[in-house]
Design a protein around this ligand. Structure first.
Ligand code: LRH
Ligand code: MN
Length: 432
């Protein structure tokens, strides 16, 4: 497929030539020497970093908001086609986001073959599809106000199951290999819902979606502690999620959205548990300070992101069979340019991955098994405080990306150009 990338041919090359490429190579060499003194060869690390990728959320290309307000911005994408173009700008500059994760019905179109081909021409593939039974659509027969897959009304459950099966049908055309199922089902009052009947109805509905999965697909169950339900959520935590995944079958896995836990939750330990029992399906990367804030990955707690990747590297090293959890960004860009947030978030995520790759695992294992608490902690801390940005930038430039992604994006004038091209939607008229 002939690529027709959004930024002009040669733009990134010319931009890099205007920057201090020699300086980057010097910094990369000195990091290489620093790691060699620790007995670590930087080359295999650089290759793993170059092979790393994380998928972008189509809904992340538009303006996010809260129940209070959403503030449009000039040049915002007004359709899935413009969202794909913006995601392609991110990929053209950072080279580690070659797939997008669509959400239905937000991204519904008449011709999905054409959408797949447009994606391919923009250098993008399609990752997991996301269903939506947490909002009522204008022409919808039954409301999800009292739940969807766990609703007490069979007709509502049927409608929700049919929608998920339709998402699978679309995903097959787009080339996806997974469906992410998150439901907002739950209750706001004690007594409003019987916890067990609700969970059993969820399981029965999920089993019908599972039965519609192609043989090479995964079903990713996304748990969430609260919101929109504020007393109980049907799939409230990793415990309910792994029980459901084990009940459904080997193609069902648990997806960990970093913002879906109580603030003090040890998420890296959940990662280790889910992997230990073969149910670690993937991640929605973001950050939060209070609730499901959907802030930029690594913006609030970059150390937690590092500790999650530390568990992922550990898991990969002892994985039985293939180890390919789905890595997706799931954020709401309420105050920044969404492209800049996705560029910065992809950088934060691959930095956490690279820092986890340079942990001296022999020293860690020895310290752990000999109860040398301080040296065990220090083997992680030494990796965490290492500045790996020259390694990330070198791998990116070698892959045709920009030496400085935010600088390149601003120099491209992409948003200004789009502001002239794209009509600005009247505030509050819908998902951009
Ligand atoms: C729910 C969630 C889910 C998506 C939605 C956009 O909070 O994390 O993954 O469907 O955000
Ligand atoms: Mn999510």
């Amino acid at each position: 497929m002939q690529e027709d990338l959004p930024l002009p041919e040669g733009f990134v090359r010319d931009f890099n030539a205007s920057r201090d490429i020699e300086g980057l190579q010097d910094d990369y060499q000195s990091l290489g020497r620093q790691l060699r003194r620790r007995g670590i060869d930087i080359e295999p690390i650089r290759r793993k970093v170059a092979a790393f990728s994380v998928a972008l959320p189509t809904w992340g290309a538009g303006r996010g908001g809260t129940r209070f307000a959403k503030f449009p911005f000039d040049g915002a994408p007004t359709s899935i086609y413009e969202k794909l173009a913006d995601c392609a700008v991110v990929q053209q500059l950072c080279r580690i986001t070659p797939r997008v994760s669509p959400h239905f019905p937000w991204d519904c179109v008449a011709d999905y073959v054409a959408l797949r081909e447009l994606g391919a021409s923009l250098g993008l593939g399609f990752d997991a599809v996301n269903s939506n039974t947490f909002q009522d659509q204008p022409e919808q027969k039954h409301s999800y106000s009292a739940g969807s897959l766990s609703s007490a009304q069979a007709a509502v459950r049927d409608q929700a199951v049919d929608h998920n099966i339709e998402c699978i049908r679309i995903g097959k055309i787009l080339g996806s290999k997974a469906i992410t199922v998150w439901v907002g089902d739950g209750s706001n009052f004690p007594g409003q819902q019987d916890f067990t009947r609700a969970f059993d109805r969820y399981l029965e509905s999920a089993a019908r979606i599972y039965a519609a999965l192609p043989g090479d697909w995964k079903m990713l169950l996304e748990h969430k502690l609260f919101e929109p339900a504020f007393y109980s959520s049907v799939l409230q935590d990793w415990g309910s999620s792994i029980l459901a995944a084990q009940q459904l079958g080997e193609q069902a896995y648990c997806l960990v959205d970093l913002g879906h836990h109580a603030p003090t939750t040890n998420i890296e330990q959940i990662v280790a548990r889910l992997h230990r029992f073969g149910k670690l399906g993937g991640f929605h990367f973001n950050d939060s300070k209070y609730g499901d804030d959907d802030l930029d990955s690594g913006a609030i707690n970059p150390h937690q992101l590092f500790l999650v990747f530390n568990e992922l590297i550990e898991a990969e090293s002892n994985a039985k069979g293939s180890f390919a959890p789905a890595y997706l960004i799931d954020q709401s860009h309420n105050v920044t340019d969404p492209i800049e947030s996705m560029l910065a978030s992809a950088e934060a995520i691959v930095c956490a991955f690279a820092k986890a790759l340079i942990v001296d695992r022999e020293a860690l294992l020895y310290a752990q098994e000999s109860n040398d608490v301080m040296m065990a902690f220090q083997s992680l801390r030494q990796a965490y405080r290492t500045d790996v940005t020259p390694l990330i930038a070198q791998a990116r430039v070698d892959a045709g990306g920009a030496i400085d992604v935010l600088g390149a994006f601003r120099a491209s004038g992409w948003r200004k150009t789009q502001a002239r091209r794209r009509q600005r939607l009247a505030p509050g008229t819908g998902i951009v």
